[in-house]
Structure formats: structure tokens, C-alpha cells
Ligand binder design. Structure first.
Ligand code: 2M8
Length: 424
């Protein structure tokens, strides 16, 4: 079936996507899924804003503004902004994070203490690009500019734990690719811990205790930057997180032009990150670097394609990366793009971020392909992603072999990015 051929089918799909986003809208933000994720997540909101920017422009703006209401005075944009009305239904909730006890956290807006991939400057660029009311768009860019600059400053200062220009994640949840096999070794190096949190589902319960333990350690150290630098046992330079950061630096350089600010510092930041990616994470493919073990983590996952988001990546890197994508990810799967190399021992078609295909990473790779003029790859990713949602619905993720939906239904970023893919 040609997923782009029938206009009335496209209209029905678009309607269905908007219905999901309307149902998941709380009045101030879009939750990823009403049942399982009843709060606002950081990179989910960026994807939602991108998807809404051509169809519900004002709501796309509101989405990001409500996220920035949770930004800390350090500049950190938290990975969850909690909805007090849904307070007890997600673990770990506000009573675990206790952001209110930290002076840097905003008053009256409970949040987590971690961050997530910084896609937000790209989302603001999208909103600027598709605005019909240019005055309102300019006002929005001016309003969000200080938040974005503070976010980037935070990453460049508090998170350059390796000292070479890359930002480190300090918890698997910060990658957004939570249960990726790339985090197995750094998690296994942590002490044995046990919490009876009762999480027994398709996510990796063996890792869950360690995830919670890491979060509690960071919290008990007051979410301090000195503790992160000197003591925190999980510190990893992730190619996806840094590839997204780089793309957002380029978006900030463009947005600077919009408001008459100087874009050069952001171009320089992008160059620094590119240099760091090539010097520290590239070894024929991009791998995550475990700063505590002092070595690369030798497993190829979807995260390794994050640096393709940089249109300035040299052809000597882009060529082998695309070859790897085709031979080890696209070729052996029916429905792109599996979140882990299919022939890896750790590949698991059912467990989240260890095999299934996701709409958001497909969309990111499609953007990357467009940036490198890889038209055939760009079209393949768009068509295959639309085929997945047509066949299985707006699921959280999909079986990479048969396209069956996995995880929650009516998942916001799957619906939002479908809108963007349909718009072409
Ligand atoms: C998943 O992560 C949360 C923790 O942040 C969870 O497993 O409970 C990930 O897929 C992450 O990328 C996503 O942002 C979040 C909400 O959709 O769910």
C-alpha cells in the first residue's frame, strides 16, 4: 500500500491524530498518554509542539510555555512537569522528587530533577516558521529566547562533565531512550539495590530499582552540580542527546537572526559539539561514552544516529552511518527503525527501547536525512512511519518485524508527528 496516495485517508488520519491530541490536552499541556503518563514530559512536549505548529499554532506555543514554567533557575528544563491533579498516579511522582525542597526549582510547580533531550529550540523554530501571525510569532520567540539560552548555558556548564564540550546525561531517563541496552553496563556497575516499587510490566523491572536509586541519590545530594561532577556514579555522553543539542544550537543561531541577537555563539557551540562528537564518540559508528568507566559502550543503537541531525557532519562520517543504518537496522526489519541493532544479543523486539520502532526517532532520522539531501531515505522513513500508524494506530511504539503496536494507545508524539509527516 502506498501510504501517501489517498487524500481522504490522509484527512481521516489527520482528524484521528488531532482527536488524540485534543483528548490528551489538560488545558495547559499535552500528556503523552492519559493512563500511563499523566503529566507533561519535556521532549514529548517539543514533539507535540512541532506537530501542532501547522494545525493548532497557539496551542503549540502554550505547550512550550507550560513546560518552561517548570524550568529551574539553573536553566535546567525538567524532564517531567507534574500535574497536581494527577499527582498520585505515576511512579516516581512529586513526593519522590521533592523539587519544592530545592532552592533552584520553581515555586508551586512540582517537577522531576532530571532533564531530557533539548529539542526545544528546534520546536520554537518550527513554531516561528509556520506562524501566520508574524507579530505573535515574534513575541513568542522573544518570550522563549531567555528560557532557551538558559537551558543551553546549563548544559554547557553543569553538564560538560567530560570537559570536552559534550553534555553528559546522569540518568538513563535523561536520554529519553530509557531502557536502551547502551545503559546496561553503566547500570550494572552500580551497587545492588532493591525497592519494592511494584513495577511489573513490559519495561525492564530489573533496571527499575537502579533507576530509582540513581534518582534518589541525586535528590539526596540536593541536585547539586558539584556532586554530579565528583560523585554521581552514572555519567554518559550520549550521541542522540548531543546530536539534538547541536541541532538546537543551530536553531538558536537562526532564531537569533529573528530577534536581532548575535547568532555566532550558538554556531560556535554547534561546532564545539560536532568536534566533541567526532573526537570522543566516533569509532566507525557513534557510541555512547561511559565517563565513569572511561570507555565507549560498544553497542549500536538508534542513539548512534543522533549526530546525523547535524547537517555539517562530514561526508566521511555520513556515508558509513547511512550504510550502517541500511545494513543493520533497516535491512533486517520490516518496519523501520528498530531501536537497537537487530543482530545484537541485547536486541528484543518487545521491550521498550531495546528493539521496537518509534515514531519520534523515525521522525528525527527523517529530518536528518533531509538535512543531508538523502531524498530516498527521507521518503522511505516518512512512508514507513505513516504505514505503521495507519495499520496499528498511534501506539507508543511498534514491533520492527510485523508492525504490531506496543505500549500505550493514543500516544501523543505518534499522533503529533503524524500531522507533520502528512503535511509533507
Ligand atoms: C518513557 O520514559 C518515562 C520516564 O521518563 C517512563 O518510562 O516512565 C520514555 O519513552 C521517554 O522517552 C518518554 O519521554 C516518556 C513519556 O512518553 O516515557
Amino acid at each position: 500500500m502506498d501510504a501517501r496516495s489517498a487524500p481522504d485517508e490522509d484527512t481521516a488520519l489527520e482528524r484521528a491524530a488531532l482527536d488524540v491530541l485534543d483528548a490528551n490536552w489538560t488545558g495547559t499541556a499535552t500528556v503523552p498518554s492519559v493512563g500511563r503518563y499523566p503529566h507533561q514530559w519535556s521532549w514529548d512536549s517539543a514533539f507535540v509542539a512541532i506537530g501542532l505548529s501547522r494545525r493548532r499554532w497557539s496551542r503549540a506555543c502554550e505547550e512550550l510555555l507550560s513546560l518552561f514554567a517548570g524550568q529551574w533557575s539553573t536553566g535546567m528544563v525538567p524532564h517531567i512537569v507534574f500535574d497536581p491533579a494527577a499527582r498520585d498516579s505515576y511512579y516516581p511522582g512529586p513526593s519522590i522528587w521533592r523539587s519544592g525542597e530545592c532552592a533552584a526549582a520553581p515555586r508551586g510547580v512540582p517537577t522531576s530533577g532530571l532533564t531530557q533531550p533539548p529539542l526545544h529550540a528546534c520546536a520554537v523554530w518550527w513554531i516561528w516558521r509556520y506562524a501566520r501571525d508574524r507579530d505573535a510569532a515574534l513575541a513568542f520567540v522573544r518570550r522563549t529566547w531567555p528560557c532557551l539560552v538558559a537551558q543551553h548555558r546549563y548544559l554547557a556548564s553543569a553538564r560538560d562533565l567530560g570537559g570536552e564540550g559534550l553534555a553528559a546525561i546522569v540518568h538513563p531517563w535523561e536520554s529519553g531512550l530509557d531502557d536502551s541496552p547502551a545503559w546496561d553496563a553503566p547500570l550494572a556497575a552500580l551497587p545492588m539495590v532493591g525497592y519494592a516499587c511494584g513495577l511489573e510490566d513490559w519495561r525492564s523491572d530489573s533496571h527499575h530499582d537502579r533507576w530509582v536509586w540513581l534518582a534518589l541519590r541525586y535528590r539526596d545530594a540536593g541536585y547539586g552540580p558539584g556532586y554530579l561532577r565528583d560523585e554521581h556514579p552514572f555519567a554518559v555522553e550520549d550521541p542522540m542527546f548531543n546530536g539534538i543539542w547541536l541541532a538546537s544550537c543551530l536553531a538558536l543561531a537562526d532564531l537569533a537572526g529573528v530577534i536581532g541577537a548575535d547568532g555566532r555563539p550558538f554556531e560556535e557551540a554547534a561546532e564545539r559539539i560536532r568536534g566533541g562528537l567526532l573526537a570522543r564518540l566516533w569509532e566507525g559508528a557513534f557510541y555512547a561514552r561511559d565517563l565513569r568507566a572511561g570507555s565507549l559502550i560498544p553497542i549500536r543503537t538508534i542513539g548512534g544516529f543522533g549526530p546525523l541531525l547535524d547537517p555539517g557532519m562530514p561526508a566521511t562520517v555520513v556515508g558509513p552511518l547511512v550504510e550502517l543504518l541500511e545494513s543493520c537496522f533497516l535491512g533486517p526489519s520490516g518496519y523501520p527503525v528498530p531501536s537497537c541493532e537487530v543482530r545484537a544479543l541485547q536486541f528484543d523486539r518487545e521491550r521498550y527501547w531495546r528493539g521496537p520502532s518509534w515514531v519520534n526517532t523515525n521522525w528525527l532520522l527523517r529530518q536528518a536525512a533531509a538535512g543531508h539531501g538523502l531524498g530516498a531515505l527521507e521518503r522511505l522513513l516518512a512512508t514507513a512511519t505513516l504505514r505503521l500508524v495507519r495499520q496499528a494506530g498511534f501506539r507508543e511504539c511498534f514491533d520492527p518485524f510485523d508492525g504490531m503496536g506496543r505500549g500505550c494507545r493514543d500516544f501523543s508524539w505518534s499522533a503529533a508527528l503524524t500531522l507533520d509527516l502528512l503535511a509533507g
